[in-house]
Design a protein around this ligand. Structure first.
Ligand code: Z5A
Length: 216
């Protein structure tokens, strides 16, 4: 590994399969004898989980886009210092369900606060720490919505946004990843096994150490 640990992030719109694949990857890493710390954003710390609750489940609260951005980053500052940096310093794989791309896409592009502003404020929150690889799971919004409906889930405060918002999110992810050597777009269509194998192939190719010579 190029540094003590490896920082991997799964990204994409709601329902694309991030949680499913984080669990499958964590099992794979463990089967290879690698230690993994897994977390989700916003969250991962006590402060982050409290902020998450306010952001997603208080539909009664009016939260201006600027406040939404700053709350996401307040959670991230704690997440980086309490969870990510310590895991990397221990030489572990840090696997996060969402990170900075979510802020760039949801607040910068979706809420119209601007990509550059989101990037600058995010850099302050993270102290400049960036993932080694962002895996963007790509699924058209209609496909993801169908999966979530099958699950019988109700929308949280952000998921309740309209079709135009979801399209901006979907296109935003693809555009960001296209210009970033530390990001890759993986087709999220097909069975979980097929998608998982695509992700593993990417990891084997990108990181011959520790994944290159492994199978399954
Ligand atoms: N947010 C933000 O605005 N700014 C930020 O900076 C950050 C976050 C960090 C967090 O939502 C919200 O915070 C999110 C963005 C915002 N809001 N929105 N919208 P969350 O963590 O509660 O939820 P989510 O990230 O949107 O994830 P999710 O809905 O739980 O979806 P997922 O993790 O990507 O998918 P999943 O749970 O793995 O799969 C969904 C269903 O599909 C499930 O029933 C699976 O069994 C099924 N599934 C998975 N893969 C397949 C395949 N291949 N075929 C068929 N079915 C499948």
């Amino acid at each position: 590994m190029s540094r003590a640990g490896l920082f991997l992030v799964l990204e994409g719109g709601e329902g694309v399969g991030k949680t499913t694949h984080a669990l499958l990857l964590a099992d794979w890493f463990a089967s290879l004898g690698l230690t993994v710390t897994r977390a989700r954003e916003p969250g991962g710390t006590r402060l982050g989980e409290a902020i998450r609750h306010v952001l997603l489940h208080h539909r009664d609260l009016a939260i201006p886009p600027e406040s939404e951005l700053l709350l996401m980053l307040a959670a991230r500052a704690a997440f980086v210092r309490e969870v990510v940096r310590p895991a990397l310093a221990r030489g572990e794989i840090m696997l996060s369900d969402r990170f900075e791309y979510s802020t760039f896409v949801y607040q910068g592009l979706g809420r119209g606060l601007g990509l550059e502003r989101a990037r600058q404020l995010n850099a302050f929150a993270t102290g400049g720490l960036r993932p080694d690889l962002v895996v963007v799971l790509d699924l058209p919004p209609a496909g993801a919505a169908a999966r979530r409906r099958r699950e019988g889930r109700t929308d949280d405060r952000i998921e309740g946004e309209g079709e135009g918002f979801l399209t901006r999110i979907h296109e935003g992810y693809r555009a960001l990843a296209a210009g970033d050597p530390h990001a890759v777009v993986v087709d999220g269509q097909g069975t979980s096994e097929e998608v998982q194998e695509r992700i593993r192939s990417v990891l084997r190719a990108r990181f011959p150490e520790p994944f290159g010579s492994t199978e399954g």
